[in-house]
Write a protein that binds this ligand. Sequence first.
Ligand SMILES: [Zn+2]
Length: 388
Amino acid sequence: MSFFQATFRFYEELNDFLPEEKRKVDFCHSFAGHPSIKDTIEALGVPHTEVDLILVNGEAVDFHYQLQDQDRVSVYPMFEGFDISAVNKLRPKPLRHPKFILDVHLGKLAKYLRMLGIDCVYRNDLSDPEIVKRAVDENRIVLTRDKGILKHTVIQHGYFIRSSDPDLQLIEVLKRFDLIHQIKPFDRCLECNAQIRPIAKEEIIDRLPPRTKDFYKDFCYCDQCQKIYWRGSHYENMLGRINDVVKTMNSDTKKYDYFDHEADIGIIGKGNTIEEAFVSGAEAMFAIMSELTTVKLVQEIQFDFEENDDELAFVEWLNMLIAFAREKGLQLAKFECRRDEAHWYGKAWGDRWENCLDRGTEVKGATLTSLNVLQRDGQWQARCVVDV
Ligand SMILES: [Zn+2]
């Protein structure tokens, strides 16, 4: 069997997992065959859940990548949300068991997270300065739909929630902070966030509703707010809903995605054709402004334009949609795109803003930043940064 060599370098706190001589330096690793990069990294001592980004010869790869002779591998840790301070990418201390503090508009998300046993402070009357102070004092990650609060330089860890829909918000947070393996239902008070404890039925029997007294035998108690919990139908329903959410999360059927870009948001539309990728890109952009599934499709717009260049056509397509939406006061939620050489035809449907359930972050327009339209492995991807 022949042996190969690759050069590795681990960054930031991933070095905690390495022996002294391998920390913060390039080192050679010998291997046989074609192991996956995931197995190799774990064999070197670093759990894959700590890893956020792997570059091989300068290109990002996923965990399935098979290591080749002479590869140069750089491995980066999870960053807790996007970094607020541009200067210092380092965290003073990694957050292995993330705790959160939620902005005042995220009450439903707070309940969902508490149901999963995740520690999150939420009160609908907290002021921005109070949120900032508790985030710093208690080393909590700020979750918000308001970028302003994340600009406070004292905040080390923050995440700007993209979606306006609580189910999708939960998916976002679980994914972004890799919380799936930390879920512990029936562990935390939904009202006050304190940890709850099992309690004997006799101790609280006077406080139970008659039917509950007859039907349930296991109870938990919150010492902080004196609330009693049992696994009734309401609780089971909510848990069922969360299970559905997690299932959706794993099926990964979504045709669009986002990437962080300083104070703005990068969008990625995917599809089997360039037109499908453009449609997914439009969905990504309008989903920042509102939950698309709640928008009625009662108004229609149509337009067309000339553009030879695929990439410029993507920006033009997005900006025409934005311009129409603004001019007519619409939130758009469904899109059609057709191309005939350099001629592009667009259609979109939506509803007037005043009839929509919520209004998220406004997108001002698509930009040329990180603009890229390409076909890879039979899949089209269109990406760019949008101004918010
Ligand atoms: Zn409580």
